[in-house]
Design a binder for this molecule. Sequence first.
Ligand SMILES: *[C@@H]1O[C@H](CO)[C@@H](O)[C@H](O)[C@H]1NC(C)=O
Ligand SMILES: *[C@@H]1O[C@H](CO)[C@@H](O)[C@H](O)[C@H]1NC(C)=O
Ligand SMILES: *[C@@H]1O[C@H](CO)[C@@H](O)[C@H](O)[C@H]1NC(C)=O
Ligand SMILES: *[C@@H]1O[C@H](CO)[C@@H](O)[C@H](O)[C@H]1NC(C)=O
Ligand SMILES: *[C@@H]1O[C@H](CO)[C@@H](O)[C@H](O)[C@H]1NC(C)=O
Ligand SMILES: *[C@@H]1O[C@H](CO)[C@@H](O)[C@H](O)[C@H]1NC(C)=O
Ligand SMILES: CC(=O)N[C@H]1CO[C@H](CO)[C@@H](O)[C@@H]1O
Length: 864
Amino acid sequence: MWTVAIVALLVVTLPSINVVTIQDSSQVGCRLLESSGTVILTQPGDFIIGGVFSIHTSLKTTELSFTHIPESLQCSGSFDFRELRFARAMMFTIEEINNSTELLPGIKLGYQIYDSCSSVSVATRVTFQLINGLESTFSLSAPCSNSATVSAIVAESGSTPSIAMALSPSFPPVPQVSHFATCACLSNKQQYPTFSRTVPSDHFQATALAQLVKRFGWTWIGAVHSDSDYGNSGMAAFLAAAKTEGICIEYSEAFYRTNPLSRIQRVAEVIQRSTARVVVAFVSTGDMIVLLEDLLELSLPPLQWVGSESWVTDPAMTQFHMFLGAVGIGIRRAVIPGLRTFLLDLSPAQASASPILREFWESAFRCRLASGPVGPGERVCNGSESLQQLQNAYTDTSQLRITNMVYKAVYAVAHGLHSLVCAEQNGSTLHCDRGMKPNPLQVQHVLEHIRKVNFTLNGNRVSFDANGDPVATYELVNWQLSENGQVEFVTVGYYDASAPEGELLTMTRNITWTGGQSQVPKSVCSESCPPGTRKAVQRGKPVCCYDCVPCAEDEISNKTDSLDCVRCPSDAWPNPQGDACIPKPIEFLSFSEYLGIILAASSVVGACLAIAIAAVFYLHKDTPIVRANNSELSFLLLFSLTLCFLCSLTFIGRPSQWSCMLRHTVFGVTFVLCISCVLGKTIVVLMAFRATLPGSNVMKWFGPPQQRLSVLAFTFVQVLICVLWLTLSPPFPNKNMKYYKDKIILECDVGSAVGFWAVLGYIGLLSLMCFVLAFLARKLPDNFNEAKFITFSMLIFCAVWITFIPAYVSSPGKFTVAVEIFAIISSSCGLVMCIFVPKCFIILFKPEKNTKKHMMGKVPSKAL
Ligand SMILES: *[C@@H]1O[C@H](CO)[C@@H](O)[C@H](O)[C@H]1NC(C)=O
Ligand SMILES: *[C@@H]1O[C@H](CO)[C@@H](O)[C@H](O)[C@H]1NC(C)=O
Ligand SMILES: *[C@@H]1O[C@H](CO)[C@@H](O)[C@H](O)[C@H]1NC(C)=O
Ligand SMILES: *[C@@H]1O[C@H](CO)[C@@H](O)[C@H](O)[C@H]1NC(C)=O
Ligand SMILES: *[C@@H]1O[C@H](CO)[C@@H](O)[C@H](O)[C@H]1NC(C)=O
Ligand SMILES: *[C@@H]1O[C@H](CO)[C@@H](O)[C@H](O)[C@H]1NC(C)=O
Ligand SMILES: CC(=O)N[C@H]1CO[C@H](CO)[C@@H](O)[C@@H]1O
């Protein structure tokens, strides 16, 4: 694209460097049609360095009529004092090098400095002149002695003229070292092989800006940029860098100072309406002032400005207090000893000698130097003018940023020449070959040597990388209000692209933000998500705009702004805030809780009751009731009931290997013992009745030995079942995490469901048998009808256990265990209550009924 532009420019520029072929018989050659021209400052020397500066801001436009020879190009527009300072700094540097005994000793450097009037066509033309020399005639017979009259060129301030110069065809290629062309495009060495620079490429500035924005946590920003090479390429690089840093851009607007007012107003309104509180401006000073005028008319929310080096370090901007608190990137400031003296060391006589200095003098002091023509309303300089008292960009040496780049550029060229022409002889003395005139090949070498320089200048290292770029270091500048109410640029930190990742930015001082705050302003699309939530990007919005969604029930996020929630391990559960996993509580029925205590107490009380009844029975073992009631089975039943009560204790407490194995087996065996006793009693009652029938002697068939044997046999079956169960697949403690999400149930896994249900089923079978037999016997006449009580107790027993089964199957947990214990206790209680309590009552409180007579009285039957 640039090549096309330059070719077009050359076509426009060519008339002024037109050549006329000389049709002379003796000489075949050509001469310049037009006298050469715009060299402003020059000094002869062994080696000449060219310099091009935009001292005037524009080019006088001429109309090309194509009917007569066009006028030579002339500068117009205002006089840029800063650029003159650059030119004078170049003169100073060359003089300093000339004075030096180490660098190029014995060699005198000269210079030719031109004014390019910020114009691409002049810059191109000047390049040709620097390369080809100032001679206006060229003869084929004479040797090309003047080719490449300069060894190197220090140029230019603008990126666009620099591009044009770097593209100008020349052989040999003359190295060009720029002090201020920051366009990242110039790093392309395929296109611009001769170009180097001492100012860092905008590519680094864009990266530095993105780092700066990231550093202060601004993820939602606005961006404005100049619609020029500088702004467009800078902003493109910034946007790319911002994207990789995860910064979202709310808007990106381009404008140029010559745009219609409506366009600039629109940009200002976008800034006003936006929600981003940070605006990154990759804008040149001239454009910034245009935008500012529009912004001043609007009522703006407090904005934090982040600026590129062009405007944010321009002293001309300090009058606008609106940007107070702005932060930005600045070329590193330096001190150049002796420069100020040199700049101010200019007498009116010296000034009159050079047109450019004369113009400077006259425009700086608004007077005419005596020798010049004096127009109406003008005054003649009378000698009272003093540069010491002059306050303008030329004399202001407090912020030497670009000037230092000029200084470095000239030194780089000098070091390149030095390594080319000077060599140490006999290992000690330095000898420089001043006679070594630059010929085409050597100019090529100058380029190579300049690229290789590596030296320290006032503490700063100067070297170039493969692209001819320096190591990018910047200052971070903050606009602060000084004590006297002036805006001043305070260096608050540094950016060094050669530092390791993560240490690129170093802050050295506190920043005063917009509005004088010390708190970092916020500019985010959405507030950050606290731990316990995760980001959910809003549909159709940039990634920085999101909602905070609470984590799911079993998930946590333990840092702010997390993208995902993580699931807790299976034995842990999120805390109420959702930012940490806490171990799930382990649940079991313990002795230390009320339920456990109550159940344990009731089982002990039940056991005591059974023992007490046994005691009562024993003390009254000779009374008819006790004797009638098959005392052996009764005592066995009471014993087994005691065990039944006590076995519920194994269900309370932390389940362990042993307690799990004990629980169901002890329960199963004692209950079978218990039921078989009851069964024995029932059978005895039935037998007794049968025995009353004439001619039968069944009682003999079911005497105490048979009773004992049957109880033993029934119990043995259960013991067998239990042994099988324990050997094949014993119960074991198990952490059940499936059932409840937020707690672990420590339970006894039955191991084998068959074993469990076999134990229960056997109990059920026996109790059913017992119930049926007792039911059959309930109507039997007996003064103290045991069968009725047994029926009743079995009814309670079965009812309790049938209700227990659904509770057991439905949900595990400590309440199931509690229900199981309750079932054990209540069924045991049922037996105690129904079978023994009435008898005890009679024994203790109605002893008058406890007589054989009374027992026999009502119903004549054979009591046992
Ligand atoms: C160079 O040396 C001359 C004479 O010694 C001195 O006047 C001048 O200031 C020096 N220039 C620089 C730039 O050091
Ligand atoms: C020179 O001119 C200025 C401005 O007119 C005046 O203030 C000053 O006094 C004059 N100085 C001399 C020495 O005449
Ligand atoms: C360098 O050394 C050589 C001999 O090794 C001698 O001939 C020559 O004169 C020396 N040159 C200088 C400048 O000392
Ligand atoms: C320049 O020299 C210094 C030390 O002499 C070295 O550390 C640095 O790497 C060199 N830089 C380049 C670009 O060669
Ligand atoms: C920055 O401010 C803090 C308090 O806000 C202060 O403690 C600290 O010393 C300051 N640092 C500098 C470099 O001024
Ligand atoms: C967050 O959780 C992860 C894994 O669970 C852990 O490695 C990390 O240290 C936690 N971070 C904080 C800040 O707690
Ligand atoms: C102004 C100045 O100091 N010029 C010197 C430049 O270098 C030559 C040669 O070294 C000296 O002779 C000049 O005096």
